[in-house]
Design a binder for this molecule. Structure first.
Ligand code: GH3
Ligand code: MG
Ligand code: MG
Ligand code: MG
Length: 336
């Protein structure tokens, strides 16, 4: 081993006492280790040393250094194998490994790079060159680390933005009191489903739901109690739907609308019967109702096959007409 003719590779001055890098030297020759350690420590590095590949694997896994200077010819596990193992471990694969070896042949150097070394220095070496190469690889390693941290931070921000967007979307589409979709979202979905079913020539059904004598309910039990009824009705309607494409929205004060894509009139009638039964089972007392002594609803049903010649709002008008009929004919029933 030779040192460069007295050239001072240390920073000198203000950097001398600060840590320039955490280096692990792996070499089975104690004198090599001692010489390198002294040189690197003189240059401000923090140095750890091990005398075998086996020890190296253990130390690196337990407390990864920033860079490894690795001898090749060692008993038991040689430097190539140490490098291979470190590169296949996700905890240690990023650590730059510089081979320091007496093997001079090109084929050995190529092998060193192929197993994952970032550099290959032959012995005897010049200390200044080792320090320069080491410094360069440390810089690249630290820069890569910074980039990785930035990528992780950016991904975190993106994730937070996604969640915030989802929350905003929910606020924009969901009715705050009942948790079902609001009228704005309903209008969007109606036109989407309308044009889809136009192409497929499949039926689209709608059920307009209105709570009976609800003004009277508020007057009797109070507005807050009325809100609880709205929530209970909304969740009953929701739980009465079978398909994931069926959906319920709050259309106005105490009115809900149910959209049933690919459902014919008979299917909608079955759903109305099912809803009526569930509302009856809720058995919410309503002593001021003219229709029953508990909360009831009236429903208007309409089914059509969407076409480009008619407006989607026709479906709303027709269901509303049917609802009007149900109200006129005594409430607590559905008409179509
Ligand atoms: P009908 O059987 O003909 O539908 O009679 P109704 O009393 O239900 O209908 P009306 O349109 O006269 O009254 C609707 C009531 O719904 C009046 C209004 O205060 C109440 N309402 C609307 N939105 C809410 C709400 O968010 N909470 C509560 N508690 N009540 C509401
Ligand atoms: Mg050796
Ligand atoms: Mg109403
Ligand atoms: Mg009403």
């Amino acid at each position: 081993m030779t040192t460069d003719s007295g050239a001072n590779t240390s920073d000198g001055g203000d950097n001398q006492n600060s840590k320039r890098g955490d280096i692990l030297i792996v070499d089975d020759q104690i004198e090599n280790i001692q010489f390198l350690s002294t040189m690197l420590m003189d240059n401000g590095y923090e140095v750890r040393q091990v005398l075998s590949g086996k020890q190296a694997l253990k130390v690196v896994d337990y407390d990864p250094p920033e860079l490894i200077l690795l001898d090749i010819m060692m008993p038991e596990i040689d430097g190539y194998e140490v490098c291979r193992q470190l590169k296949s471990n996700s905890r240690t694969c990023q650590i730059p490994i510089i081979f320091l070896s007496a093997k001079q042949q090109l084929s050995e150097k190529i092998k060193g790079f192929k197993v994952g070394g970032v550099d290959y220095i032959t012995k005897p070496f010049v200390v200044a060159e080792v320090v320069c190469r080491l410094e360069t690889h440390l810089k690249i390693y630290r820069y890569q680390n910074l980039l990785n941290q930035e990528i992780v931070a950016r991904k975190k921000v993106e994730q937070q933005l996604l969640i915030a967007n989802q929350k905003l979307e929910q606020i924009a589409n969901i009715d705050g009191l009942t948790g079902v979709y609001n009228r704005r979202y309903f209008n969007d979905l109606l036109s989407k489903e309308w044009y889809r079913l136009c192409r497929e020539k499949q039926p689209l059904s709608m059920i307009m739901v209105d709570i009976d004598c609800f003004k009277e309910y508020n007057d009797t039990y109070g507005h807050l109690q009325g809100d609880e009824v709205l929530k209970a009705i909304a969740s009953t309607l929701k739980s009465s739907l079978q398909r994931s494409s069926d959906f319920v929205a709050r259309y106005g004060g105490e009115e809900f609308v149910i959209l049933l894509p690919n459902t014919d009139l008979q299917g909608s009638i079955t759903i109305c019967e099912n809803i009526s039964l569930k509302i009856m089972e809720l058995a919410i007392p309503h002593r001021g109702s003219s229709a029953s002594n508990s909360i009831t609803i009236s429903m208007g049903v309409h089914c059509l096959i969407p076409s480009a010649k008619i407006n989607p709002y026709t479906l709303i008008d027709k269901s509303d007409d049917a609802l009007y009929l149900a109200k006129k004919e005594g409430r607590n029933c559905f008409r179509y």
